[in-house]
Design a binder for this molecule. Structure first.
Ligand code: DGJ
Length: 729
């Protein structure tokens, strides 16, 4: 049983494959405390970890010191008030303006399967796959009912946590903070890991010792953002890629977030994750409910690699819909011609694609309205017949005749001030009354909190998709949210706009994947500004970064793989010199670095050298053969250029351990170096494996402990794709 309750010690236990999580009901008032989360233990009663005997602090034994109790108790779901000075998950303002909230256990149920979270992306599972514990707590004064939900899958080391809040009273309340999960851990000499970045530098890893005080990553941009990431890990300072204790928190949400770890006066750590409280205030009328998004918790004794593999499996098996969909190799028009194309140019690209064996042409930005540059036409989702006479239908049909599929780009959440949509419905744009709107990339955001606005965009998207043989949609989003205000909401609900906007986006994408089940959706946000588990619920792949340059991509893909599988990362061979950083890298390396992800080209093939063009069929074949090992297999990071400043190596092993692939990149060559020894991982030690190029055959154990010798090559940016296949003995 992955979920159980021991009545004698009043302890709930959640058992994943390798970990245990214990929650206890404490004292006469029924406080709910987090007792233990870590490697599997058979004991239910680990209540000693709550240190209730350290001082006479429990309200039962010492009512005089209630505030001190609140200051130290490991609350399972901490609310603000009563001496709770650490970051709370819940803050409530009552009708009189008071702000205390106290939660006490009331009841619980263990449900087979996993209930869906209304309007939100979340992991899913059948009663055969998982069980869910629902613990109901109540504030008897506010009549606030708080349901804590925990799902445990039988085949996973992830625990899914979320919170559902209901106003059972007869006066309205305002929720000024609702975070989704908190962890209460003893400091094990932890490092904290967060991801930071910028446009074209999304997701670089920051690992630093956890210090007293609060360390956090956050977004207040209305998107999960390029700058920080809705992910946080705590690991032992000595933890390595494959050894040591590591905890992960990953948020299934795509808007504002807070991911925070605090080391307190008692050397305890509270780590919280949820919607950022700044700019958030949810008005709850009597009877109304609020559903907070889900957090995915992982604890691994096998270092960061163990944590990543747990996330990859959970996302692939229980969150990403369309994971099994074929991801066609593609040629994208953006870096090939930006806005400067017409029917003939696109057809020419399609012919090049057909000659090389690329499966799909994606017409990126520029096919609609009067979109000759970025100042205009977002919201006018009809074909520019001057550029594309006969429309997408003619183009699609002609491409199909060549054996090439058609994909298109849209940016449905936006409106250009210079557009017919804006001229007809200026009120559809999200702007503040009596203030000039804040432009970004010349565009404004649609107020997607409003149903009529969503319906208007959706009918346009659906009409375009029905008008032509379109099999793929790249859904872009190119600016942060500012000027938060919805003309459809009263004053007391304006604090709901950020989250209601996100719910609007989710509703649109849900409609899309329901109405067009065969469509392959790829999310994008000015590169990888909304690469998160929330968006992966709708699109099995996301554009990882506008920076497709192979060497910069190594660190972007490394940090992304911390929490997401390679099957989710859009990865294209882009122009050289790179349009973003000017670097010149070999075509072979650009191809091989993209092979682990969802492979494509984003350049004008006709401008390649004959030698480079000739390499394309072999690159496509390598992707078709070895891409699936990275997409579906177990991920091992063998070396990181961000650490050794010289070379990078990533490996994947198929689930049945019959195949393995290693991507090795010598970033900077090292003079007078002897061959480099790379220890492989994840193989069956007793089986024998043949390296496909050299034919060299050794036991899995020998590849893992003896390793692979990589010859010295006198070149920077040199890469090799090494493939091993199990041979029958
Ligand atoms: C930003 C995306 O990241 C690019 O790939 C491209 O689609 C442009 N937008 C188009 O405007």
């Amino acid at each position: 049983m992955p979920v159980s309750y021991n009545e004698s010690c009043r302890v709930f236990r959640l058992d994943t494959m390798n970990t245990t999580y214990l929650i206890g009901i404490v004292g006469k008032e029924n406080f709910l405390g987090q007792i233990y989360y870590g490697p599997a233990v058979p004991d239910d009663d680990m209540r000693f970890l709550m240190r209730l005997e350290d001082r006479p602090w429990t309200p039962d034994s010492n009512p005089r010191e209630r505030a001190s109790f609140y200051d130290a108790f490991p609350f399972e779901y901490p609310a603000w008030g009563g001496g709770s000075f650490r970051e709370p998950c819940l803050r409530v303002q009552d009708a009189a303006g008071g702000g205390n909230c106290e939660l006490f256990y009331e009841s619980h149920t263990i449900l087979p399967g996993k209930p869906a979270l209304t309007g939100l992306p979340a992991a899913y599972g059948t009663p055969e796959q998982c069980d869910t514990l629902e613990i109901i707590c109540r504030d008897p004064i506010l009549q606030l009912r708080v349901s804590l939900l925990y799902t445990v899958f039988r085949d996973s080391d992830v625990i899914c946590r979320s919170v559902h809040i209901k106003n059972d009273g007869d006066t309205p309340l305002s929720l000024t903070a609702v975070l989704s999960a908190s962890l209460e851990l003893d400091n094990m000499d932890f490092d904290v890991i967060t991801l930071h970045g910028s446009w074209a530098r999304e997701r670089e890893m920051d690992r630093r010792p956890l210090a007293h005080g609060k360390q956090e990553a956050f977004s207040l941009r209305g998107i999960s953002s390029h700058q920080y990431h809705p992910f946080l890990a705590l690991c032992e300072h000595t933890a390595t890629q494959e050894q040591g204790l590591a905890y992960g928190m990953s948020f299934v949400y795509s808007g504002n977030f807070l991911a925070q770890a605090e080391l307190d006066q008692f050397e305890k750590v509270r780590a919280v994750m949820g919607i950022h409280p700044d700019g958030f205030c949810w008005y709850l009328e009597p009877g109304e409910v609020f559903q907070a998004p889900e957090v995915l918790l992982v604890c691994s004794e096998n270092g960061l690699g163990g944590m990543s593999r747990a996330y990859h499996d959970l996302l692939r098996n229980h969150l990403i819909r369309g994971q099994q969909k074929h991801r066609p190799t593609l040629l994208n028009s953006w870096e090939a011609c930006y806005f400067d194309f017409d029917h003939d140019k696109l057809l020419e690209l399609g012919q090049e694609a057909a000659k090389s064996g690329i499966e799909m042409l994606v017409v990126d930005d520029g096919w609609f309205g009067q979109r000759y540059n970025e100042t205009t036409s977002l919201g006018d989702w009809y074909v520019n017949e001057a550029k594309l006479p006969g429309g997408l239908k003619r183009l699609g049909d002609e491409l199909n005749e060549l054996g090439v599929k058609l994909g298109i780009w849209m940016e449905p959440e936006m409106i250009s001030p210079d557009s017919n949509l804006y001229r007809t419905h200026p009120d559809y744009a999200m702007t503040l009354p009596s203030r000039a709107p804040t432009l970004a990339r010349n565009q404004l955001i649609l107020d997607l909190t409003r149903k009529e606005v969503r319906d208007c965009v959706y009918s346009q998207i659906a009409a375009v998709l029905r008008s032509a043989p379109i099999v793929y949609l790249k859904w872009d989003m190119n600016r942060p949210l500012t000027d938060l205000y919805s003309s459809a909401l009263p004053r007391e609900r304006q604090g709901e706009v950020y989250h209601r906007y996100m719910l609007g986006v989710y509703e649109l994408q849900e409609r899309l994947v329901t109405d067009f089940p065969d469509l392959l959706l790829e999310n994008c946000c000015s590169g990888g500004g909304r690469f998160d588990a929330g968006m992966l619920y709708y699109s099995p792949q996301i554009w990882t970064s506008d920076n497709g340059e192979a060497i910069d991509r190594l660190s972007i893909q490394e940090a992304t793989a911390l929490a997401y599988p390679f099957s989710s990362m859009g990865a294209h061979v882009t122009c050289c010199p790179c349009h973003i950083n000017g670097r010149i890298t070999p075509f072979v390396t650009r191809g091989q670095v993209s092979i682990p992800g969802c492979f494509g080209y984003e350049l004008d093939i006709s401008k390649l050298t004959a030698e480079e063009r000739a390499m394309i069929p072999a690159q496509l074949e390598a992707y078709l053969l070895y891409g699936p090992i990275f997409h579906m297999g177990d991920y091992y990071r063998l070396a990181s250029c961000t650490k050794n400043h010289s070379y990078d190596a990533v490996m994947a092993v198929s689930k049945d351990k019959s195949q393995a692939a290693v991507l090795y990149v010598q970033v900077i060559s090292r003079a007078y170096r002897r061959s480099l020894r790379l220890l492989l991982n994840g193989l069956d030690g007793n089986a024998r494996y043949r390296e496909c190029k050299s034919g060299e055959t050794r036991s899995g154990a020998a590849w893992m402990h003896g390793g692979l010798l990589l010859k010295d090559v006198q070149a920077d940016f040199h890469s090799e794709l090494i493939v091993l296949e199990r041979v029958e003995i």
